[in-house]
Design a protein around this ligand. Structure first.
Ligand SMILES: [Zn+2]
Length: 213
């Protein structure tokens, strides 16, 4: 038994209705997201894959990785993708104080210019979520969760299972999570090209999460 849900339970969506779980759309479109980059090898590889299908995605970047790879961060934006804040040090909101958490989000916001925020591990306290906008120096930030987890980070499953996690659970408007990280690359190398090919063959468009400012 895994310690995570591939498909987000409806209860989570009901309890946190202000978070974005899935885009409400009647179009054949999905929202691929990539967390934890930029990574010097994995992120350029992901960008090359997306380019082949003219697909757009959203990259939830870790602040310290943007500091380490500013050129890759610039490439993400130059190629029409969106970025989001994923804290500066990949903090688990449940394990730190609200003050610490907000300080880390604020630090990342100096390097990541976006109104989108995704909490690492999907773990955030209500008190933290209420202060995200001010931490990002915005009127209104948008907290983006997901409705399909590829579980590309889980090396105890096969790459084929990772692929099926996505293909069997996505629907119109799904927000799908991948990781442009070294750990996930093992599964991503196999899964991402096949996901893109599948979506293309079904007439789906991959879009980025638009800014709501
Ligand atoms: Zn993460």
């Amino acid at each position: 038994m895994h310690r995570y849900f591939i498909k987000t339970p409806w209860l989570a969506r009901v309890l946190f209705p202000s978070f974005l779980w899935r885009v409400n759309t009647k179009q054949k479109e999905v929202y691929l997201t990539f967390d934890d980059g930029p990574h010097e090898v994995v992120t350029p590889w992901v960008l090359d894959q997306l380019k082949q299908y003219n697909a757009r995605a959203t990259f939830f970047c870790i602040g310290k990785n943007v500091v380490a790879h500013p050129d890759i961060y610039d490439r993400i934006l130059a190629e029409g993708h969106a970025v989001g804040n994923h804290t500066h040090n990949h903090m688990n909101g449940w394990k730190v104080t609200t003050q610490e958490y907000i300080g880390d989000v604020s630090k990342a916001s100096k390097f990541i210019h976006s109104n989108l925020f995704r909490p690492p591990y999907g773990k955030i306290k209500l008190s933290q979520s209420r202060q995200i906008s001010s931490a990002m120096h915005l009127q209104k930030a948008r907290i983006v969760m997901w409705d399909v987890l590829s579980a590309d980070f889980d090396l105890s499953i096969s790459a084929e299972q990772c692929l099926q996690n996505v293909l069997q659970h996505y629907t119109q408007g799904s927000v799908i999570v991948f990781h442009d990280s070294e750990k996930a690359f093992t599964h991503l190398k196999y899964t991402l090209p096949l996901v893109l090919k599948h979506l293309h063959s079904r007439g789906y468009t991959c879009r980025n999460i638009e800014y709501v400012r």
